[in-house]
Design a protein around this ligand. Structure first.
Ligand SMILES: [Zn+2]
Length: 548
């Protein structure tokens, strides 16, 4: 028996169900009726790296250590951040576990799989891969093998190389509307098609017991074009909505072909890492902390940085030229709005999306908050304050939930977690990504972005012994790994937090095997992005509005 997992990044039932009713997704519909399906509750926060890392390990972020898109640096420069990669995930990954048990695997485009690791099979890495200039396959020779077979593999969309342009309030009109999304969709189809061809190639030419491929297109479409998708679903069609529907229907066709190629004796799963919904703008946490008197400005940098950024932008200077004049390190540091913060007199700050850190003495290099009573009172004050923030147009709270880190995380990486984790409302939803505070309001509107993540993604599973036409009620993203192991008669490592989804089986009497396993990854190495690689990764994250 083989296992096939198809990841649809950002797939959301409120989109999938109406499209099924319109007859546009026959293959997804077929899988649902011949298997079990329901919500898949994402990680907290429900963001791509954290969610896929939770899937890949079956553990909570306190154990795997992925809390955001970036990681906080250690000690001397503890207020600054750098992008994450697969070697930052501290628990054993699914490919290690399957490989240990002799299973042949193929992983294609799973976010957070870069740099490629040695696996019992092959890997093509996904989001957080700098570019195809980097090593992005295992084995190394697979990169050439793909291109020798006419596959021009690409990592992700590039909507604007000049990320400064995204600050332009008319960027959306100038880019997406100018040609009715033509350029965007042409690139999207090309990337999806190359990825599909790479998957077909591996399925046909490499031995596999477990195959996984992730498509990122829905996430990208929904971030940029949610407004048109939602209008289209509500009967207000437009050229762009038609293009979106066509693309989803094309993805459904690909899914059907992959399922067919995998053959009958296969467990098939379709999953997303989070859901999606409307986005009204960004909530600027640091700007709010400034208003609360808890974050302090560095007056000197405050004047200098926007000035030099502005001059550079007007002169149309690309990074390489700025590097020549000012040196690379200086330029990179200028890009961070957090450079403008006076750390020694700030009691709280946000450098990771969805999180607030308190500037705790002894823990942070310039800490000024005492552990104990001061820490507890400050956190409670922040929670109270956050719940009081109202959407200016509806008057309703914009924050759905603020968690204290000990309420949701535990494990060896717990100390790196933000002290508070913030989730925005589903109805009046604001992105909690930005670390900027030099703006006149706590809200900032990215006009080119209209959709953002929600907590519940989708999950469909079909296979021998799985209930047909059954609605799954209680599935979390960390449950997928133990369920895969159980269905393959493999033991679940003791440290795994997720549960086997017994509710989906006609006969759930078979015992769950356990093994000691290893909470830590087998290889203990780390990977530091080169400066150019880090810039590439950051540019992509900026193009999605995930970082400033
Ligand atoms: Zn995602």
């Amino acid at each position: 028996m083989r296992t096939l997992v198809i990841g649809l990044d950002g797939a959301e039932w409120n989109v999938i169900n109406p499209l099924i009713e319109k007859g546009l997704l026959p293959n997804v519909k077929g899988l649902i009726s011949s298997g079990s399906a329901g919500d898949l509750v994402s990680s907290i926060p429900p963001i791509t790296p954290c969610a896929w890392a939770s899937f890949l390990t079956g553990v909570n972020p306190g154990k795997h250590g992925i809390f955001s898109y970036q990681k906080k640096l250690k000690k001397e420069s503890s207020y600054f951040v750098s992008p994450l990669n697969s070697l930052d995930i501290h628990s054993e990954h699914l490919w290690h576990i399957l490989g240990r048990h002799g299973k042949k695997v193929s992983f294609v485009n799973v976010p957070m799989s870069f740099p490629p690791q040695q696996v019992n099979g092959c890997m093509i890495t996904g989001m957080m891969t700098p570019s195809t200039e980097s090593k992005f396959t295992y084995p190394d020779a697979l990169k050439k093998e793909l291109s020798d077979n006419g596959i021009n593999y690409r990592i992700d969309l590039e909507i604007s190389k000049e990320v400064n342009l995204l600050e332009d309030q008319s960027f959306h009109d100038k880019y997406f509307l100018k040609d009715r999304g033509e350029k965007f969709f042409t690139e999207l189809y090309d990337i999806t098609d190359q990825r599909f061809r790479a998957m077909k190639y591996l399925m046909a030419n490499k031995q596999w017991d477990f195959f996984m491929g992730v498509f990122i297109g829905m996430d990208r479409v929904q971030h940029y074009l949610w407004k048109y998708l939602e209008d289209g679903l509500n009967g207000k069609m437009s050229t762009i909505a038609e293009k979106i529907f066509d693309y989803y229907s094309y993805l459904d066709g690909i899914l059907g072909e992959i399922v067919l190629l995998a053959g009958d004796n296969t467990i098939t799963m379709v999953m997303s890492d989070h859901g999606f919904g409307k986005y009204k703008g960004d909530f600027l946490v640091n700007r709010w902390l400034l208003d609360q008197g808890l974050l302090a400005d560095n007056k000197q940098n405050q004047k200098f940085i926007p000035w030099i950024k502005n001059i550079a932008h007007r002169a149309g200077l690309r990074s390489e030229m700025l590097y020549k004049f000012f040196g690379q390190k200086k330029v990179n540091s200028l890009r961070m709005s957090t450079q403008q913060i006076d750390w020694s007199s700030s009691k709280a700050f946000s450098v990771l999306s969805h999180g607030i850190h308190l500037n705790v003495k002894g823990r942070e290099t310039m800490g000024c908050v005492e552990k104990g009573a001061e820490y507890d009172e400050l956190r409670d004050r922040l929670i109270d304050g956050l719940y009081k923030i109202k959407d200016p147009s509806t008057g309703k709270p914009i924050i759905k939930k603020v968690y204290k880190r000990e309420d949701i995380y535990n494990g060896s990486e717990f100390d790196d977690a933000p002290d508070l984790i913030i989730l925005s409302s589903d109805t009046d939803h604001y992105g909690i990504y930005s670390s900027r505070h030099s703006h006149d309001d706590i809200f900032y509107k990215n006009t080119w972005k209209t959709g953002d993540h929600r907590q519940n993604g989708i999950f469909i599973v079909k296979g021998q012994g799985v209930k047909k036409n059954y609605e799954i009620n209680n599935a979390y993203i960390i449950d997928v790994l133990p369920t895969i192991l159980y269905m393959n008669d493999l033991p679940v490592p003791e440290h795994v937090d997720g549960k086997v989804l017994k509710e989906i089986f006609v006969d759930a009497s078979r015992k769950i095997l356990r093994e000691t396993g290893s909470e830590q990854r087998p290889q203990d190495d780390i990977y530091d992005y080169g400066e150019d690689e880090a810039e590439d990764v950051k540019d992509r994250l900026k193009q999605l509005g995930y970082i400033d």
